[in-house]
Write a protein that binds this ligand. Structure first.
Ligand SMILES: Nc1ncnc2c1ncn2[C@@H]1O[C@H](COP(=O)(O)OP(=O)(O)OP(=O)(O)O)[C@@H](O)[C@H]1O
Ligand SMILES: [Mg+2]
Length: 170
């Protein structure tokens, strides 16, 4: 199995979501209140990944969720294992995404935010990072009801990687 540019880190996902995720949430919550967070972190097996890049993905998704809520609302973070895949869902009950925009949101520089407040790069970068990990990112949204992003990542174990590649990753 070929995993370019990734390094092996045990418990990376636990670290990424429970620790760095917490820092991201603290930062974002300072900016915007009142948002109620509903965290449901199911166990995810450790897997080969670039934790720094995955942190960027979840920070982007959480920031978008906060920005979609105008006055008050909820954000749900669910993580679980499904069929050998790690699944991370970030859902909000914010403004929602118009059907016509759903095919554009992963394009670089696509933004609906006021000039100066969004670059339109968050989702396009996140898409590339998830793709590099062999995973996928999906979105479901309804105007006025909210949005849910689902990130699915394969649980690539150390044993799945050739010894020679492993040396390069360490
Ligand atoms: N949770 C969400 N709820 C509603 N709209 C969203 C949500 N997430 C993304 N979008 C839409 O997708 C667009 C692109 O998102 P993306 O994160 O790529 O860029 P951005 O948030 O506009 O800017 P930035 O580069 O600063 O993240 C947003 O401008 C917004 O219209
Ligand atoms: Mg964004």
């Amino acid at each position: 199995m070929r995993i370019p540019g990734l390094r092996w880190l045990r418990n990376c996902c636990t670290f990424s979501l429970a620790s760095s995720g917490r820092k991201a949430l603290t930062l974002l919550q300072c900016k915007k209140q009142p948002v109620t967070l509903h965290k449901n972190y199911g166990d995810i097996l450790p897997f080969v990944c670039s934790p720094g890049q995955l942190n960027q993905v979840f920070f982007n998704l959480l920031r978008n969720a906060f920005e979609a809520i105008n006055e008050e609302g909820n954000i749900w973070i669910n993580t679980f294992m499904d069929n050998g895949y790690a699944v991370i869902q970030i859902q909000d009950d914010g403004c929602g995404i118009p059907q016509a925009n759903l095919s554009k949101i992963f394009d670089p520089f696509f933004t609906t935010k006021p000039i100066g407040s969004g670059t339109g790069l968050g989702l396009s970068l996140s898409y590339g990072i998830i793709e590099q990990h062999g995973g996928s990112i999906a979105v479901k949204s309804e105007i006025g009801k909210g949005t849910m992003f689902t990130v699915t990542l394969p649980i690539t174990r150390e044993a799945d990687i050739k010894e020679s590649e492993l040396q390069n990753l360490k």
